[in-house]
Design a protein around this ligand. Structure first.
Ligand SMILES: *Cc1c(COP(=O)(O)O)cnc(C)c1O
Length: 383
């Protein structure tokens, strides 16, 4: 392959998708979507209550194996509530990764809490247990049942790993370290519906997790999210807080604390029910695409395809490749986008952004290495 000439790659991807203009990801509707939406409209229950919300929650419980699933208006707000429920409040800290989508950090800030950044693992692109251990060893101080950051004086209220592009982080190890320190774990599994570590679905290893059903995710409700947990108390509180904190009563409007209108409308849940019926087909299709990429790129010098780690199963939500350096990455982005194949770089690290630039952080060489090299390539379902 000639330097800066990625025409073979472009041809391969166009062949794979049988198209000359390929988006990164697009939702697919080939099931009962229209039928359920019509049912929803005919029933007049299009808003915040209705049978599809209950049905969608039950479906997600069954699919993920979570004891409870509580629907929310989107993944970001689901995460905000999940963090609140494990005790994140103003002036506390949440340990997370700088390599993530901004929603992870925004959810922390909505609670007037502070993200603290530690490094990721190169292979998972998710929070590194070694980095976590080291950070707590140097900065953590136990006082009674709580942990404080010795340097900032703030309480460390939670740890928030994210399963990047659907590749599970080393979540068992993260949970083990956090339980030694008595720090709650909230999993940002927004990107990882259908991803497993040692046979267990992502999002239910920690105290609570969240999923997203935004339009670009594996299955979509238009916009939507879900709080998943095996903890009944957390689930009950999640339902309560996302539905205005109203005491159950036949007609009285008594709200006994500050609640939120974070309910998922029945219309969106109807879409979700139809999508969930097709999730196995969607996941299998995406897995086949990943296999095709894997075997193609194994013969490509200088482009490494990221595939699932041993003992995990990735949903391959967004496929990605690693380029040799930033220059090669930029050339790859230029060439592919100019030639009808949509590709995108991984996110800027959170501490590059004005709102998070002053956050407390450890050294994060691996996140910086990945930031310069990772590119997402087309990953939508092939029809
Ligand atoms: C999509 C996403 C979210 C939240 O999603 P919403 O768009 O609010 O549903 C949170 N975290 C990560 C990492 C995401 O990719």
């Amino acid at each position: 392959m000639l330097k800066n000439d990625y025409s073979e790659v472009v041809d391969f991807i166009k062949e794979l998708y049988r198209s000359d203009s390929i988006p990164l990801h697009a939702p697919v509707f080939f099931g009962n979507e229209k039928k359920y939406l019509n049912e929803c409209i005919d029933s007049t229950f299009v808003s915040s209550v209705g049978k599809f919300v209950d049905q969608f929650e039950a479906g997600i419980e069954e699919f993920t194996g979570a004891k409870r699933a509580v629907a929310a208006v989107n993944g970001t707000n689901a995460l905000q509530v999940a963090l609140m429920l494990v005790g994140v409040s103003s002036d506390t800290e949440v340990i997370t990764q700088p390599l993530t989508f901004i929603a992870t950090c925004n959810a922390i800030r909505y609670l007037y809490a502070e993200p603290v950044f530690i490094d990721v693992d190169k292979d998972t692109m998710g929070l590194s247990p070694d980095s976590l251990s080291e950070f707590l060893h140097h900065n953590g101080e136990k006082k009674d049942a709580e942990v404080f950051n010795k340097v900032t004086g703030r309480r460390i209220a939670a740890c928030l790993p994210m399963h990047t592009f659907g590749h599970p982080a080393r979540i068992e190890k993260i949970v083990e370290i956090c339980s030694e320190w008595n720090i709650p774990v909230v999993e940002d599994a927004a990107e990882s519906i259908g991803s497993y570590s040692n046979g267990l679905h992502t999002g239910i290893f920690g105290d609570v997790g969240i999923l997203s059903f935004n339009g670009n995710k594996t299955i979509t409700t238009g916009g939507g999210g879900m709080i998943v947990t095996n903890n009944q108390t957390i689930a009950d509180r999640a339902k309560y807080l996302t539905t205005t904190a109203k005491r159950p009563h036949k007609w009285e409007f008594f709200h006994d604390q500050l609640g939120y209108n974070y309910r998922l409308p029945n219309l969106n849940a109807a879409l979700g029910c139809a999508q969930l019926e097709k999730i196995s087909e969607i996941l299998n299709n995406k897995r086949e695409t990943a296999e095709e990429y894997k075997s193609y790129f194994s013969g490509c010098d200088g482009i490494h395809f990221v595939s699932e780690r041993e003992s995990t199963r990735s949903n391959y939500w967004l496929n990605c490749v690693v380029l040799p350096d930033k220059n090669a990455r930029d050339n790859f982005l230029e060439f592919t986008n100019a030639n009808g194949v949509m590709t995108r770089p991984i996110w800027n690290l959170m501490y590059r952004l004005p709102i998070y630039k002053d956050c407390f952080r450890a050294e994060t060489p691996k996140a910086e290495w990945l930031e310069e090299r990772i590119v997402n390539i087309p990953s939508g379902v092939r029809l």
